[in-house]
Design a protein around this ligand. Structure first.
Ligand code: PMP
Length: 440
């Protein structure tokens, strides 16, 4: 990262405050997903980029009557400050929900946060000094990588295989770090319906990962916003269900109710939850009472499990459309994961292809995805892309994948003609202008 004095005059003109930022601020850069949103939201583009929950599947009448009911019965509480760790009744209800995943916490072990994203931020804040090491599977959730970067944490990636985080690779990494005198502060993992890989760890794999971390004395951060969204209705048991001291479990209402309500939670061991509450108070004083009581009323008065079943069906239909279209339109040498829940398919392009370099050409062909590099801390992942099927209608998904297949085929032809060096290839600009680097 260039020191402020090394900034170009252009950089200083764009932001006259550049020299004043804290060192950690220089590590905060817009994610590839963010810059994509502007392009991907154009109506002519089929966006398989952002992982947007399908809110159309939620009845607005139900939400509005829930809010009215909540205001009529608990309005005075909903419009007031609340406690830093969240509403007592909601924490009890969260305990009932996580019971589905085999977790049996006391309500005091639950801290309500502004989405699970805030829990990721608080956890990193209370555990990590600049230069500390954490382990994250590769690829990993882009929002978590953003947090780790912001706190100047060194991320050691551990490879995944078709069952998620690879235990052998984890052992190796722990051994290598130990030889360097480094102890990772935690292992960050998404065992269920992984973002971006679309994979789930089988139970024996979860146990193996847990045992490795227990014997190395390393805390696990289990991030689980998609756990109830299994397409066959099966709910995998959380790693936290086997160890309440060595695992912090993160959950969210973003995908089971509504992302805009911004409520998630952490289930944490005793000491940790005290620190998390203090950190939460310094960040936001308390999570929003209005949102919390809306969800609490919703859970008390509505058949929320039926709504989750509706969401599962919506996403299963879209997953099917995606996989069918991939089979139909992808050229030989392209492979992809077969998610059994969640929002994402991870596509590996034919040998020598580069998903980041291809993106402008894909957007020109009116389809957007997120390049694999967004999900690695170190620029790896060029041969992969993430497709999110959660939001578009199935027919749009098929059309998007068809367009993508065309772009990949075109790339393959160019590669054949010009070799693998992207720079040697002309950019494809058939309709309108090719998006500039600010867009992609
Ligand atoms: N973790 C993962 C793996 C996610 O995919 C997301 C959202 N895309 C989050 C955390 C954050 O979700 P929220 O803050 O909406 O609960």
């Amino acid at each position: 990262m260039a020191p402020p004095s090394g900034e170009s005059p252009l950089g200083n003109r764009l932001d006259p405050h550049l020299a004043r930022y804290a060192k950690r601020t220089h590590g905060m850069t817009a994610s590839e997903i963010r810059s994509l949103f502007a392009v991907a939201s154009r109506p002519e583009v089929v966006s398989l980029a952002g992982g947007m929950p399908n809110i159309a599947a939620l009845s607005m009448e139900t939400v509005s009557s829930t809010v009215a009911n909540m205001l009529a019965t608990r309005g005075q509480v909903a419009l007031q400050y609340g406690s830093g760790n969240g509403d007592q009744r909601l924490r009890e209800q969260i305990c009932e929900m996580v019971g589905l995943q085999g977790i049996a916490p006391h309500p005091d072990d639950v801290i309500v946060t502004v989405g699970s994203q805030m829990a990721l931020d608080l956890i990193t804040r209370i555990f990590c000094d600049p230069g500390d090491v954490i382990i994250a599977e590769a690829p990993s959730y882009v929002g978590a990588l953003g947090v780790f970067r912001a706190y100047q944490v060194d991320v050691e990636h551990v490879a995944m295989d078709e069952h998620g985080l690879n235990p052998e690779a984890l052992r190796e990494t722990l051994k290598t770090l130990a030889a360097q005198g480094k102890t990772p502060k935690f292992v960050y993992t998404i065992p269920t319906f992984h973002n971006p890989a679309g994979l789930s760890q089988p139970q024996d794999r979860r146990m193996e990962i847990l045992q490795i971390c227990q014997s190395a004395g390393v805390l696990i951060i289990e991030d689980d916003p998609y756990g109830l969204l299994g397409f066959d209705g099966h709910i995998p048991q959380a790693i936290r269900s086997h160890d309440s001291d060595g695992v912090i479990y993160l959950g969210s209402f973003s995908k089971t109710f509504a992302a805009g309500i911004r409520v998630g939670w952490a289930v944490a061991p005793h000491g940790v939850r005290e620190k998390l509450t203090l950190a939460a108070e310094s960040a936001v004083l308390c999570p929003p009472a209005f949102s919390q009581l809306t969800i609490s009323t919703y859970l008390d008065t509505q058949p929320w499990m039926d709504q989750i079943k509706i969401f599962r069906e919506v996403y299963r239909e879209r997953r099917d459309a995606t996989l069918e279209a991939l089979t139909q339109y992808m050229p030989e040498g392209t492979t992809w994961t077969h998610p059994t829940g969640g929002f994402y398919v991870w596509v590996t392009l034919p040998e020598g292809m580069d998903g980041t370099a291809m993106l402008p050409r894909a957007v020109t062909a009116r389809v957007a995805y997120v390049p694999g590099t967004a999900f690695y801390i170190n620029g790896d992942g060029r041969q992969s892309i993430r497709l999110s099927y959660s939001f578009p209608e199935p027919d749009r998904i098929r059309e998007g994948v068809r367009r993508l297949g065309g772009v990949i085929n075109e790339e393959l032809k160019l590669m054949h003609t010009f070799g693998t060096l992207g720079a040697a290839r002309p950019s494809v600009s058939s309709q309108g202008s090719t998006p500039g680097p600010d867009v992609v």
